[in-house]
Write a protein that binds this ligand. Structure first.
Ligand SMILES: [Zn+2]
Ligand SMILES: [Zn+2]
Length: 154
């Protein structure tokens, strides 16, 4: 196995986690739900394989909700300070959407795409070369590919 290691945690320091593989991609989502969840203009997330992420310390609390399609989603956050760490689905799709502002090295959070431009705040101007989507992407391959290029993952 590789010796890849990426660390992160919450604001108060109670929750610490380790990733032992690079994220599959990073993106910024401008949907109204992400605006509410992140309490700001948009959310930046990294998609990581579940078995590459270990919670090393601290306790996560969970909130569940159902999206329009009927899928069950959950968010996990630090029990002590409330910082959102990651999202997942039930039944599991094998991935977490990691809130990438929790990474110690935010380089890995560089968004390869900006989704839900239809609800982006009007002052937001996307980077010139960004992949843009009006809503939810139906094909993630271009985002994965662009992210690998940005991160020089070969
Ligand atoms: Zn905390
Ligand atoms: Zn969103």
């Amino acid at each position: 196995m590789s010796e890849f290691k990426l660390t992160g945690g919450c604001q108060c320091g109670a929750v610490r986690y380790v990733l032992n593989a690079p994220p599959l991609m990073a993106y910024a989502c401008h949907c109204t739900e992400c605006q509410r969840i992140s309490a700001t203009a948009f959310a930046t997330s990294c998609v990581v394989l579940q078995d590459t992420m270990q919670i090393e310390q601290g306790e996560l609390s969970r909130i569940n909700w159902t999206v329009e399609s009927g899928a069950h989603r959950y968010g996990e956050f630090c029990k002590a300070c409330g910082v959102r760490i990651r999202h997942g689905s039930e039944p599991s799709q094998g991935i977490y959407s990691l809130r990438s502002g929790t990474l110690d090295d935010p380089t890995w959070a560089t968004p390869a795409a900006h989704t839900w431009q239809s609800s982006a705040l009007e002052w937001f101007t996307p980077p010139e070369d960004a992949l843009l989507y009006d809503g939810q992407p139906t094909d993630y391959a271009p985002i994965v590919e662009r992210y690998a290029k940005l991160m020089e993952l070969g």
